[in-house]
Design a protein around this ligand. Structure first.
Ligand SMILES: NC(=O)c1ccc[n+]([C@@H]2O[C@H](COP(=O)([O-])OP(=O)(O)OC[C@H]3O[C@@H](n4cnc5c(N)ncnc54)[C@H](O)[C@@H]3O)[C@@H](O)[C@H]2O)c1
Length: 450
């Protein structure tokens, strides 16, 4: 009878093998968990390193929490300049007087922007400029204004209103209390040549600025330039802020009108404090070469003929000419009386201030009178060519009522056209190095007394 096989040895062997298997698999699990742990640690370290390099610490600027969307969509590290650039931005925007403002001035290399930047800096506010130095008119004039501002320690960042990452970075680096928004595509007739530039700067650019401002914490108060052109074909005179503005006569006017409606929306939804200023034909030293008083001066000096417009019913065109110093006082008055925005982190916390004011001179002057003042100052007879105004051109008559601005921040224009033009001509001949043909080009002439 066969003897049953001795299984005790096999069983022992199997137990030993199973022990070995368990031992190896535990070792394997331990080894792979260690590997996994190390890999996770490495990835975490790499991520920390990436974020540290890409984004400066938020604690640098406790008042300003950046728009998360722009933080994530673009590395702010690569926007703007390096550490030296940031230092310039900070230095320029830091106020030097107690409770001074920190103001972002857009369009700072422009006519009104450069004057306002200087005035703010001189009274101790911090000012940072932004301008894209476009060539709508001679950019060398913008560069010369930039040099002037540089002497007064105002730094202008070269960039566009539509550059969201750049704007985010500026708001991150500098704690702006206010924005004086003057950058725009100006001019009435150029809109027929380049309509898109008006949409890009005056509508898309404005919205971009408001988007960044509304997301900043705390939000700045914003004062911005609208225009008397919003009154368009309205025949009420003088123009008051409560008058209708729904008949713009140019694309420029339509974009400024759109700006006023957009301002209303951002005030209503996000609690941004917004003040729109309707300027009436601003003139003065460092002015705009596309404006009549400027190119009349140039053409009269060069012996070229100038075109003087009459309306269709052969009436003289008249405008409220506002001297730059008066406009600067109005802009600073609007900034000084601007209440704080009420929103926080893109959310409205309560009703915020929304204002619109005329900044004009309250006494329209016929263009013929402007020319005769210039003739007197330049001691040269103009070659006048009278033509009928094109129907699709500018409005023939502007006259400001400034009651509201006067009541709210004491705005009162004090410079008459003759005195203002005298200062302009003095600057013009100096800037362009022209030998004046005048007896004394800065002295009043008989023509200027009125
Ligand atoms: N000067 C006037 O008589 C007058 C009248 C009514 C309204 N305004 C308004 O006042 C403001 C200032 O006018 P100004 O006479 O000083 O004009 P300006 O052309 O001299 O200044 C505007 C500045 O903005 C800059 N700019 C334009 N688009 C830009 C953009 N997308 N991004 C960055 N910078 C940009 C330009 O380079 C320019 O330097 C403008 O909004 C204008 O529409 C002026």
């Amino acid at each position: 009878m066969p003897t049953p096989p001795d299984t005790s040895k096999t069983l022992k062997l199997e137990r030993y093998n199973s022990y070995l298997r368990k031992f190896h698999s535990t070792k394997l699990i331990n080894a792979s968990s260690k590997l996994l742990f190390r890999a996770t640690l490495l990835v975490a370290l790499l991520l920390i390193l990436f974020f540290t390099i890409s984004y400066p610490p938020l604690s640098d600027n406790p008042h300003h929490r950046l728009h998360r969307h722009s933080l994530l969509s673009t590395s702010l590290f690569s926007v703007g300049g390096g550490a030296a650039w940031e230092k310039q931005v900070r230095r320029s925007s830091t106020p030097r007087r107690p409770n001074g403002f920190s103001v972002l001035v857009t369009g700072a290399a422009g006519f009104v922007g450069s004057h306002c930047s200087l005035a703010l800096k001189k009274r101790g506010d911090g000012v940072l400029g932004l301008d894209n130095f476009n060539d709508y008119y001679d950019p060398s004039l913008k560069r010369a204004r930039q040099n002037l501002l540089k002497k007064h320690e105002v730094f202008i960042v070269e960039g566009d209103l539509n550059d969201a990452p750049l704007l985010s970075k500026l708001f991150y680096v500098a704690p702006f209390t206010h924005v004086l928004h003057l950058a725009a595509q100006a001019g009435v007739r150029y809109a027929m040549q380049n309509p898109q530039s008006y949409i890009r700067s005056n509508i898309a650019g404005f919205v971009n600025l408001l988007e960044i401002a509304k997301a900043t914490n705390p939000q700045p108060a914003i004062v911005w330039a609208s225009s008397s052109s919003v009154y368009g074909l309205n025949s009420e005179n003088p123009f008051s802020e409560i008058d209708r503005t729904d008949k713009p006569a140019s694309l420029y006017a339509a974009t400024k009108k759109a700006g006023e409606e957009i301002a209303h929306t951002y005030n209503h939804i996000y609690g941004l404090s917004l003040t729109g200023l309707r300027f009436f034909t601003v003139y003065g030293p460092w002015g705009r070469p596309d404006m009549a008083y400027f190119f009349f001066t140039r053409d009269i000096l060069q012996g070229k003929s100038i075109e003087i417009y009459k309306t269709h019913d052969q009436k003289e065109v008249a405008r409220d000419f506002t001297y730059i110093d008066d406009v600067v006082k109005g802009c600073l008055g609007a900034l000084d009386t601007a209440e704080k925005s009420t929103g926080s982190g893109g959310k409205k916390k309560g009703p915020a201030q929304l204002r619109v004011y005329n900044l004009g001179n309250t006494s329209p002057v016929p263009v013929g009178r402007l020319v005769s003042i210039l003739e007197g100052l330049l001691n040269t007879k103009a070659k006048k060519h009278v033509i009928t105004m094109p129907r699709n051109g500018d409005v023939p008559f502007t006259h400001a009522n400034v009651t509201l601005a006067h009541k709210d921040f004491g705005y009162k224009p004090t410079t008459d056209l003759a005195s203002g033009l005298r200062k302009f001509v003095k600057w013009y001949v100096g800037y362009y190095g022209i030998q004046p043909r005048t007896k004394k080009e800065t002295q009043p002439t008989g023509d200027e007394s009125g």
